[in-house]
Design a binder for this molecule. Sequence first.
Ligand code: ADP
Length: 256
Amino acid sequence: MGSVGAKEIPQLITPDGRRIDGRLPDELRQLRIVAGPLHRADGSAYVEWGLNKVMAAVYGPREVHPRHLQQNNKAIVQCKYNMAAFSVDERKRPGLDRRSQEISKVIAEAFESVIFVEEFPRTSIDVYIEVLQANAGTRCAGVVAASVALADAGIPMVDLLPSVAVGKVGGKICLDLKKEEDNFGEADLPMALVPQSGRLVLLQMEGHMTRDELSQSLDLGVKGCRSIYEVMRAALREKYSVEPSAATPAAAGVGQ
Ligand code: ADP
């Protein structure tokens, strides 16, 4: 442990190149996805990713509320990302804040670009993302959960949308940052990718990195997204290969 003033900062990369939880820079946290755990939603998914626990529910295509948002030539995609008050160490103030509004907006825009919205004019596709436990990368876990939930709801899309954050931690480019790496690292770069075409539909960045590091991060993120994509597909296969009423939470995992 090093220290800055009164603040203890953990050693983010050990001398043998391992991270705070023993992962190598290109390793994902354990990822487990359950497709369709909620019976009242049109589609749903539950994701456990490291210490993140995220539930997504999808409704629609259905009538637009509020009505004035209705578009004559396509469906609108509305997203509500919410972090539960008990999802973080210090109780989070419940309700909408700027951060959740921003995350809801970028996620809705990402899905609007992969859903065949022209097929459902004058309707709304509503995506709810509830973060039950947070440990960095919750917007990515939210995209993964919502994507499986949309597929579970039978909403036609170009493809599933895997998502992961890459970052710079202790001078190293690392895949899938956990909380301490997000807090004390130099940069954080969440992304979501259409796997077949390689098109990025969500890309944000906090912190600093060089052009070379950015390009290295994008390559690593694309690789991570491709592994996550396989887990998403496996979760959907798991649900749809058994009787819907008998569907049991099935696990699929990558990384460590
Ligand atoms: P993401 O969860 O997508 O990485 P951020 O980078 O904004 O989004 O947040 C990183 C982590 O910081 C979150 O996953 C959560 O663990 C923590 N965090 C975010 N907002 C709060 C908050 N209001 N109170 C406490 N912890 C928070």
